[in-house]
Design a protein around this ligand. Structure first.
Ligand code: SF4
Length: 464
């Protein structure tokens, strides 16, 4: 097999939050970001049709030819780097995932000399749809690109513009005084053309991933699920989403029970006030109630907690694990290979990255995280399988914590602390919150920098 072959260019469709169609979400890091273009250079956008025509766009054709010839396509830079570093790339994951549906030999036989395909030879099996930026939360680490709830805070902190991959976006007030974005709009999914094209693909698709904003706020998503059920394709289709789960309509629970499988990664960054501070204006009680509703809902579910490890919550990671264990969920992270949570470290914005913590804070946090390990023994004590369970869970916990500590210690970014304080203090004022009250232990570690000349002179565009 060609060492650069991947099934996605033959059988997948991916849509960015502004509706532009792209090769795949991994291509986001490469020059051009994998966006598929018409011959005149304008992007294919799902609002205007193009789901079908873009399959033979120039980038798609070239990518297929490169892969069949064993060359790395320029758009696949991230997978190339991961493969060359010996990591498990998305490419290798997708090869395993789709081996029953597509083979290298079939792509060799049916791909034409210019890289184009007959869509009938290669049905679209998987779709990745990002439904704009409509979201009910404005998480500290997020931005207007992914949440329209962030518009006012961004305007107050950083001014009236921000950068999208395709260029500068301006925030402007409409006649009702509400901020809107120009020239990019994120409401492309309101276009009937998109849903008509998507309906045509229903018989082919086996897996649909939806991301927001908050995907469970999109009414048209539920209408679409209803049409899949009516046409008899639901039980062959897996639905997958990342969600903040502060919204869980009964309509969703009713429709999901018809599908082959529902896979949901729930974004939870801590318990109680830790989560509510980071994921403003989330309400922990409501969120916890929804998690238990989903855990007991009728249907085939695969659920897990995704936790974004950052300055605010790393010290509180043991509390999250303790809550997860004591809640006795049946479905969340119920596989032996990841029995706790499924965390990842935050990379951007860099001023919330755990690498900004000063060396002495990193040592204190490492000691705090490791001090939790003996807790597992007490938790399982008295069970006949206590020894095995303690080993399984404490090993998983230690692996996670080791990875945070290793990442945190690799570089010293403490020069970013003044920016951390500037943004944190101003967001606290805007939102009526207090980092000091919510995270007293980490506040003490960073307090000496609060009054530094560097922090004081730091200016963000608009001073409150
Ligand atoms: S090789 Fe990687 S970047 Fe390229 S299409 Fe496959 S998954 Fe996407």
């Amino acid at each position: 097999m060609s060492k650069t072959w991947c099934p996605l260019p033959w059988m997948s469709q991916a849509i960015r939050s502004n509706g532009d169609i792209r090769l795949c979400c991994q291509a986001n890091t490469a020059p051009g970001r994998g966006i598929l273009q018409h011959d005149d250079g304008t992007p294919f956008n799902a609002a205007n049709g193009g789901l079908i025509d873009s399959r033979n766009s120039q980038l798609m054709r070239q990518t297929r030819l490169d892969m069949l010839a064993g060359r790395w396509p320029a758009a696949c830079l991230r997978c190339q780097r991961e493969d060359e570093a010996g990591l498990i790339s998305r490419r290798s994951y997708e090869i395993t995932n789709w081996e029953e549906h597509i083979s290298v030999a079939h792509t060799q036989q049916k791909t034409l000399a210019d890289g184009s395909i007959n869509p009938e030879d290669f049905p679209v099996r998987t779709m990745d749809i990002r439904f704009g930026n409509k979201c009910n939360l404005k998480c500290r680490m997020c931005s207007p690109m992914d949440s329209n709830s962030w518009y006012e805070d961004h305007y107050a902190l950083f001014g009236a513009t921000y950068q999208e991959p395709s260029g500068e976006v301006r925030l402007e007030r409409n006649s009702q005084g509400r901020l809107e974005t120009t020239p990019i709009k994120y409401d492309w999914y309101e276009s009937p053309t998109f849903w008509t094209e998507l309906d045509q693909l229903i018989p082919q698709v086996k897996h649909i991933q939806t991301v927001g904003g908050e995907p469970f706020l999109i009414d048209q998503y539920y209408d679409f699920l209803e049409r899949m059920i009516e046409r008899g394709y639901a039980e062959e289709t897996t639905l997958e989403s990342n969600s903040n789960l502060t919204v869980l309509p009964e309509r969703a629970l009713t429709l999901w029970r018809h599908f082959k499988k529902i896979r949901i990664g729930a974004s939870i960054d801590g318990t109680g006030k830790v989560n509510d501070y980071i994921r403003h204006p989330s309400k922990w009680q409501l969120l916890e109630k929804n998690l238990h509703r989903l855990d007991k809902a009728e249907g085939q579910f695969d659920l897990w907690f995704t936790t974004t490890i950052q300055v605010a919550n790393i010290y509180h990671f043991p509390e999250l694990i303790r809550w997860k264990m004591e809640s006795h969920f049946q479905r969340f992270n119920n596989r032996r290979e990841r029995p706790l949570v499924t965390p990842h470290v935050l990379h951007r914005p860099t001023y919330f990255n755990i690498r900004i913590l000063p060396p002495e804070a990193k040592s204190k946090i490492a000691a705090q995280l490791y001090s939790f390990i003996p807790w597992f023994e007490g938790f399982f004590s008295g069970r006949p399988d206590a020894t095995a369970m303690t080993a399984l869970y404490s090993t998983n916990y230690k692996e996670l914590v080791d990875s945070f500590i290793k990442y945190m210690g690799q570089e010293d970014w403490s020069h970013e602390i003044p920016k951390f304080w500037a943004v944190t203090q101003q967001l606290d004022r805007l939102r009526g919150e207090s980092f000091a009250d919510t995270f007293p232990e980490v506040f003490k570690m960073l307090e000496p920098y609060l009054s530094s000349a560097e922090t004081k002179k730091y200016t963000i565009v608009k001073t409150l």
